[in-house]
Design a protein around this ligand. Structure first.
Ligand code: BGC
Length: 289
């Protein structure tokens, strides 16, 4: 199987509506300055170790890049070129996965970073417009209408942009040439389409019919993998690849997400897997325009 490393400098998003920004209120203090001791011990420890080993001096703006998933909330600080300055910090996604507890986790993890940051990017597992969440199929219905960009910007005191998680992952994976499709295999099924590096935002294959009266997510998501087992699930992934190749005629397909590593056997030559870290590294692209 071809394994590609995710790109360090994702292409510039050229579609205005792709990213959503909220400017922090001037009266809000920077919560990042709060003591690291307020973060969970395991988080503070991992961030401190990471920072010692990877931090380097940079002069440009630093980005706190956050990836909200159905099973974990992950983040790291990137330099102006998208290079990680800290190792990935992670905490389980609180259950029920309502807005407030997830925001609390992000704030605790953010405050545990010993490298400061100037702005925030977030990949969210649902449809996002203008920093506001429209759908969150694998989290909680309470997310509908939640102003995630505005909330984080207020609490952490930094401008914040939010986009769909697969869109962000895509920016960390694509080459920026021709038609490129990205699928993420995790709790849900993420999809993102790019034309010469320009994103077609919020492409939602997940809930579209696939086969046997089931949607792509019902056949390829985490629950389906657990239920059907690796062998059957691998067959289904291949069927989806064949079908999407015929419908979309992409030049290249990148498969990421936590379950991409469970793919077995050879893939077509224009299909490759990418590290799940692309979900965070792509966050820098939300600020490149
Ligand atoms: C959501 C997508 C998301 C994907 C992966 C799906 O259920 O509809 O927006 O990208 O899960 O998290």
């Amino acid at each position: 199987m071809a394994i590609r490393k995710s790109k360090k400098t994702p292409p510039t998003p050229a579609v205005e509506d792709v990213t959503q920004e909220a400017t922090p209120s001037e009266t809000v203090e920077n919560a990042h300055a709060e003591a690291i001791s307020s973060a969970p011990a395991e988080v503070a420890e991992s961030a401190a170790t990471a920072t010692e080993s990877t931090a380097t001096e940079t002069t440009g703006p630093k980005t706190l890049s956050v990836d909200i998933g159905g099973s974990g909330v992950k983040l790291m600080v990137l330099d102006e070129n998208g290079k990680p300055l800290t190792e990935r910090a992670r905490q389980d996604t609180p259950q029920p996965a309502k807005p407030q507890p997830i925001v609390d986790v992000i704030v605790a993890l953010a405050n545990s970073q010993t490298v400061g940051f100037d702005r925030i990017s977030v990949g969210f597992p649902g449809v996002v417009h203008g920093g506001v969440v429209y759908t969150a199929p694998n989290l909680d219905p309470d997310w509908r209408g939640y102003d995630l960009a505005g909330t984080l910007s207020q609490i952490l005191g930094k401008p914040t942009r939010v986009a769909n998680d697969a869109d962000v992952q895509g920016f960390g994976a694509i080459e920026g040439k021709g038609l490129e499709l990205v699928l993420t295999l995790g709790t849900g099924l993420g999809s993102a389409l790019f034309i010469d590096g320009r994103l077609v935002p919020n492409l939602e294959l997940a809930h579209h019919p696939f086969r046997n009266d089931c949607t792509y997510e019902e056949q390829l998501g985490r629950i389906a993998l657990d239920k059907a087992g690796k062998k059957k699930w691998n067959k289904r992934v291949r069927k989806a690849i064949e079908l999407l190749a015929r419908i979309i005629n992409y030049r290249a397909l990148y498969i990421g997400g936590g379950n991409a590593k469970k793919l077995q056997g050879d893939l077509p030559t224009n299909v490759s897997t990418v590290s799940n870290e692309a979900g965070i590294l792509g966050g820098i692209a939300l600020w490149r325009y």
